[in-house]
Design a protein around this ligand. Structure first.
Ligand SMILES: *Cc1c(COP(=O)(O)O)cnc(C)c1O
Length: 382
């Protein structure tokens, strides 16, 4: 009898052929957006950070889902990401505002203007350039200004901010829509840098009282109302990562990852499993080989460390994660469940993106953005 895989039960033949299925719940993304809106209250607007292809989940689907939920302002890192997003939102939100965090250096000013995408200006030099360009165009061109309040990464350092205050005429030619800054330690509420950055950003806000201010990322939202200002910029919480790591997650899981079992074999001591003979059988055991590997973003650090679920049974990754495959100890799982073609849950609400990231020695951000392009992606529609 030919082996019937669980994914063949799914009608889509491409899904049936795939080694693994990545299901992305767009309703959960929307529900997370609403949850964050509720947290900041009706007076504060909620933008969405959708850089890195919406944290690996696919901006072409996630962008419109967020727009349907009401998001109109979006942040990306790179100029080309902005163009992809703009294309994705042409129907759902042609009026959206897209900001490129990497700044004016990300593309020529002409391209920003032609595409209607806005640079976040990160230095006095960029401010001067955008201002000179706006004068040439004889139009006040919209933009945001990023002030560094303690992250030392992007934005005007304090010295440049102080000199801006003495020569505000550079601002005259432009249409400043937003002043923003970014928190370094928002996921650690007790970290003293949070309050230091807040104090610094309050000064920035006081210097530009009429310009909307934006400070909080996902975790920043949960630091309390003082951190909210006019516009929040959550990213990772939308995608189901816990923005309050010390407490239970207020967010819904968005991603489910299932891998297909290719083979099951019985081994015994002193046999070893996989590359480097890294796992040695202590006695009789059953090994299931699953079609997911580090090329899919299943991080190699999960070797002999990660866990998966077959139905209600938690099983361990044994041996090294290889490029296309992992091996699981399914000794305790009935043969009828651990069989070729069956799907194993590698990331699901039982595990949670934060728990798997923890096992992988990383954070949910990296786990999501590492998700490969080989999965068959199923979007549960909003
Ligand atoms: C990525 C990013 C965000 C979103 O951060 P999350 O922690 O994912 O919510 C907000 N602002 C800036 C400047 C960013 O780079």
């Amino acid at each position: 009898m030919p082996v019937q895989s669980d994914s063949q039960v799914i009608k889509d033949p491409a899904a049936a052929r795939a080694g693994a299925l990545l299901t992305i719940d767009l309703k959960a993304v929307q529900s997370n957006y609403f949850r964050l809106c509720e947290e900041i209250g009706p007076r504060v607007q909620c933008a969405a950070a959708v850089k890195a292809d919406a944290y690996g989940l696919g901006v072409a689907k996630v962008g419109p889902a967020l727009a349907d939920a009401g998001a109109r302002r979006f942040f990306v890192a790179q100029f080309d990401e902005a163009i992809s997003l703009k294309t994705a939102l042409a129907q759902a939100a042609p009026d959206c505002e897209i900001y490129v965090l990497n700044g004016l250096i990300a593309a020529p000013a002409e391209e920003f203007l032609a595409s209607g995408v806005r640079p976040v200006l990160n230095s006095l030099g960029e401010l001067e350039d955008w201002s000179a360009f706006a004068r040439l165009q004889e139009r006040a061109l919209p933009t945001a200004l990023h002030i560094d309040t303690g992250m030392c990464r992007l934005g005007l350092p304090d010295g440049e901010f102080q000199s801006l205050l003495t020569r505000r005429e550079v601002l005259e030619a432009i249409d400043l829509q937003l002043v923003m800054s970014h928190l370094a330690c928002a996921d650690t509420p007790e970290h003293p840098l949070n309050r230091e950055q807040l104090a610094a950003f309050k000064k920035v806000h006081a210097a530009f009282p009429k310009i909307p201010a934006s400070f909080a990322n996902s975790s920043g939202i949960f630091l309390g109302p003082e951190y909210h200002f006019d516009l929040a910029r959550p990213g990772v919480a939308l995608y189901g990562v816990n923005p309050t790591p010390a407490e239970p997650s207020p967010m819904r899981q968005v991603v489910r990852l299932q891998g297909k079992i290719l083979q099951v074999r019985e081994i015994d001591a002193p046999q070893t499993v996989g590359y480097g003979a890294a796992h040695q059988a202590g006695g009789p055991m059953r090994i299931a080989t699953v079609a997911v590997g580090y090329a899919d973003g299943y991080l190699r650090y999960l070797s002999d460390r990660g866990h998966a679920w077959i139905g209600d049974r938690r099983v361990a990754v044994v041996g090294r994660v290889s490029m296309d495959l992992i091996t699981l100890d399914v000794t305790a799982v009935p043969a009828g469940e651990a069989r070729p073609g069956a799907l194993v849950d590698l990331l699901d609400p039982k595990t949670g993106v934060d728990a798997l990231a923890d096992e992988a020695g990383t954070i949910g951000y990296e786990l999501l953005t590492a998700l490969g392009h080989r999965y068959h992606r199923l979007y549960l529609d909003a």
